[in-house]
Design a binder for this molecule. Sequence first.
Ligand SMILES: CC(=O)N[C@@H](Cc1ccc2ccccc2c1)C(=O)O
Ligand SMILES: [Mg+2]
Length: 366
Amino acid sequence: MKLTGVELRWIRMPLVAPFRTSFGTQEAREVLLLRAVTDEEEGWGECVAMSDPVYSPEYLEGCADVLRRFFVPTLTALDRLDATTVAPALRRFHGHPMAKGALEMAVLDAELRARGVPLARELGAEHEDVPCGVSVGIMDSIDALLDAVDGYLAAGYVRIKLKIEPGWDVEPVRAVRERFGDVLLQVDANTAYTLGDARHLARLDPFDLLLIEQPLPEDDLLGHVELAKVLATPVCLDESITSARSAAAAITLGACQIVNIKPGRVGGYLEARRVHDVCAAHGVPAWCGGMLETGLGRAANVALAALPGCTLPGDTSASDRYYSTDITEPFVLQDGRLPVPTGPGLGVRPIHHLLAEVTTSTEWLS
Ligand SMILES: CC(=O)N[C@@H](Cc1ccc2ccccc2c1)C(=O)O
Ligand SMILES: [Mg+2]
């Protein structure tokens, strides 16, 4: 294929409810979408970076800039490319996995559409639907939390993940355990603790959590090694895992016993497959994380979640967990599961008038 150019599209989607984590509260999701135009097909990519660099170093306008100045011109200069040539072509540029991953995703979608191959098949998915968990934000009160969890369990979610931070951890977990019994339950700290909190975090051990996700800063691998020695609850890493190589290092060091795989965080779906393979080779459970994607990223994440090594329910929630109207056909939970798209490429496309309603800006890069 030859890449003619890429349309950047800024969209803004209000959240159905504020989503609070240890790094702040989100009321709306600003997303940078990429439409890759090639000589054969078009493809869509979704950049999962937030507006502000509060989850990881990338942020939306920084991604637009690095795509505009470095990544898209590098690829349009190539006589031919396919998805497997994107990462090598961009390797001389350090970092920016979310921007790189979005561009690779758009090229991959175009390539697979041209070949008539579903992403799930390309990645090696083995299931036709996947069990879905849900991520529950920090709330104003325990009662509000219990109401939210009750609603998600009624909707069919098979696993509950609670966002925690210092001052909102043991009590919410205890309350959910006492009210909902042995529901599958895990927590996510988004780097909010330090190794000095180890004894406090050990107070979560009696509640039989599946895992505690990213308790310490993303660069504190050795801290997680020490923490994992004193916690009964398995440690899962998210922000720390930036590539298959970093997954191998974290697992070998004993920094984590479970891995949250996020394609945007590791540089794309092809690297996400490699992270999956590293976890499977080490017998380490993996699951597909979420970044409040639109139906485009959601379609690709569900395909990833259908890989054999994704043995725990992921944060592949239904569209209505975050948005009243998605830009694609909505993903609707059926008995706690989402169907893996079967069409070529992502298997979904934006619905033109819905995309127009949330579009705030576009820019053509070639
Ligand atoms: C589903 C889930 O918890 N995702 C991230 C955190 C997160 C939370 C809030 C977000 C708001 C806007 C964009 C990305 C976001 C990511 C996580 O697992 O750590
Ligand atoms: Mg996380």
